[in-house]
Design a protein around this ligand. Structure first.
Ligand SMILES: Cc1ncc(COP(=O)(O)O)c(C=O)c1O
Length: 342
């Protein structure tokens, strides 16, 4: 059995494990006030070109979203997101549970359409409706697609016009950055977004995400928010060690390059066997349309997500590669797929 279900199915990159072992018997402060978190924060600030940013290490993506959104919005304010966005469909109503509506915009490729953002802002004109106050995007999106610099600049202009904070969920940001065709750098992201997070869990970290706050308005008392929402780990140093290692010697990008490369190989396999992609993803999540009969056969030996029905007899499936996906696994899968398609 081999699984393409997701990119967090393995432990962590060996370099991180080595650093964890080295640090194991040393004592350090708790709750993210240790030297590892401090050094990791400095490395991240250098990588994004912003000395003035605040960096907080948070255990997972959902808590980053809860914290970034609920701490920025007043009770009557809402966040806009694509209908495929993680906060829209895969967080068990976590954002709504903090009292903030998620206004969903239809999306086929995972991105938000700028005209829809304008429409929603124009439609929410008075106090009888929630007030849109933040725009949420993820890059790569939940469908593996990525935004260009031009696209996010346009969305930023719209945010400025309508008084929206602009937030980036970067659970798989490394996979966007590592794609050769990407033109949106970490520095651009820090210039354009008010707050964003750099994902570690899905890119070879044992756990953790680095939540970066650039807008001064959103910085005060953020550690109170982290603690109150139960996300301040006593052993926060684990995340510091993870991110210090990821941001040393380009490990962060190298791990994502491997995931993207094996995804590209998988994409090639599907293409060669005439399996159609649902959307053209350049990163490590590949969406293809498969007959349900083929899915059943493949599931005997492979894990992968059946994302949603495409039509009566076919479904859209998601295959994800990781920093640790073996090339032999792709070759074996190619043979098994050929058999299953017969
Ligand atoms: C884009 C995106 N955001 C947030 C999350 C949530 O992360 P977690 O499962 O760590 O809460 C995920 C997880 O798959 C994700 O893909």
């Amino acid at each position: 059995m081999y699984s393409f279900q997701s990119d967090y199915l393995e432990g962590c990159a060996p370099a991180i494990l080595e650093e964890l072992i080295k640090a194991n018997s040393r004592q350090s402060e708790g709750y993210g006030l240790d030297e590892y978190c401090a050094e990791a924060g400095e490395l991240i600030k250098k990588a994004i070109g912003r000395d003035d940013a605040d960096v907080h290490f948070i255990p997972g993506g959902t808590p980053c979203n809860i914290l970034a959104i609920s701490s920025a919005l007043r009770p009557h304010e809402a966040v806009i997101a694509a209908s495929t966005g993680h906060i829209s469909v895969h967080e068990t109503g976590a954002i709504e549970a903090t009292g903030h509506k998620v206004i969903e915009l239809d999306s086929k490729d995972g991105k938000v359409n700028p005209l829809d953002v304008i429409r929603v802002c124009e439609e929410h004109g008075d106090e009888h409706m929630v007030k849109p106050r933040m725009l949420f995007v993820s890059n790569p999106t939940e469908l593996g697609t990525i935004y260009t610099l031009k696209e996010v600049k346009l969305l930023r202009e719209i945010c400025n016009r309508y008084g929206l904070y602009f937030y980036l969920d970067g659970a798989r940001l490394a996979n966007a950055l590592a794609y050769a065709g990407n033109d949106l750098s970490l520095e651009d992201i820090a210039d354009i977004f008010d707050v964003f997070y750099i994902g570690g869990t899905k890119n070879g970290a044992l756990l953790g995400e680095a939540l970066v706050i650039v807008n001064d308005e959103l910085k005060p008392e953020f550690r109170y928010q982290i603690k109150q929402k139960g996300q301040m780990l006593a052993k926060g140093r684990i995340m510091g060690i993870n991110f210090r290692t990821l941001f040393t010697n380009d490990l962060y990008l190298d791990l994502a390059k491997h995931a993207n490369k094996t995804a590209a190989a998988l994409k090639y396999v599907f293409g060669a066997l005439n399996v159609r992609e649902y959307v053209d993803s350049p990163t490590n999540q590949i969406f293809v349309i498969l007959d349900d009969r083929v899915i059943d056969k493949l599931h005997e030996n492979y894990g992968f997500l059946v994302w949603r029905k495409y039509d009566e007899n076919r479904s859209i499936c998601r295959f994800v590669t990781s920093w640790n996906t073996r090339e032999e696994a792709i070759l074996e899968f190619a043979q098994d797929l050929r058999e299953a398609l017969k």
